[in-house]
Design a protein around this ligand. Structure first.
Ligand SMILES: [Zn+2]
Length: 203
């Protein structure tokens, strides 16, 4: 993956998806990460509005559908809205991972692994909603861990345990140590050509 030392020009001929992946993790990593963050925050907004509808407004849970769900209830009842967010997040976490190095890569990988499972849970819900077959002998569509934890609380938890390592990864990515910076081919931490002070804050 990290052939950048041998090929200093990332815009060279390597065509197709390889070239796109290289650009997403190189020149466009910052833009791609920011776009992803907007999507993630929109998703959080949905869940926080839903929490407000339940615990502040006292709405019954089936009527607490977040922002988009208020206007397009079928998006929620069909499970497409939830699944859409889950698969988009999984794809972004997967595609933007090579741009991370060192400790940031480790934290990003943790977020990816947890999101993979979160996505499986949503896939189970989607299959039940689409086929009309409800698993686990439950009255409503149900995912595996939902057998233990109620759905709203469970997904607040899932979103937190994906978001926290993501934020840690992004923080470390913006503040790499020397070795991590050497391996980076993006501009997220500033350009390497910048003159960096020799002050003793190399911690
Ligand atoms: Zn980057």
């Amino acid at each position: 993956m990290a052939h950048s030392a041998a090929h200093p020009a990332p815009h060279s001929a390597s065509a197709g998806s390889t070239g796109l992946l290289a650009r997403l993790n190189g020149a466009h990593h910052k833009l791609a990460l920011n776009s992803f963050l907007v999507i993630v925050l929109a998703h959080w907004a949905e869940h926080l509005v839903q929490a407000y509808q339940i615990w502040v407004l006292g709405n019954p849970r089936p009527q607490a559908r977040g922002v988009l769900g208020q206007w397009f209830p079928w998006l929620v009842s069909s499970e497409w809205l939830h699944y859409g967010y889950a698969i988009v997040m999984l794809v972004f976490l997967f595609l933007l991972r090579p741009g991370f190095t060192g400790r940031a890569r480790t934290w990003w990988t943790i977020a990816l692994a947890i999101q993979f499972w979160h996505h499986i849970e949503h896939l189970l819900l989607l299959i039940q909603a689409q086929t009309g077959t409800i698993f686990f002998g439950q009255p409503v569509v149900t995912s595996v861990v939902q057998l233990i934890v109620p759905r709203v609380e469970l997904h607040l938890f899932y979103n937190s345990v994906v978001f926290i390592p993501m934020v840690v990864a992004m923080y470390l990515h913006l503040r790499p140590n020397e070795r991590e910076r050497e391996q980076m081919s993006c501009s997220c931490a500033g350009h390497r050509s910048e003159v960096r002070p020799l002050a003793p804050h190399a911690a």
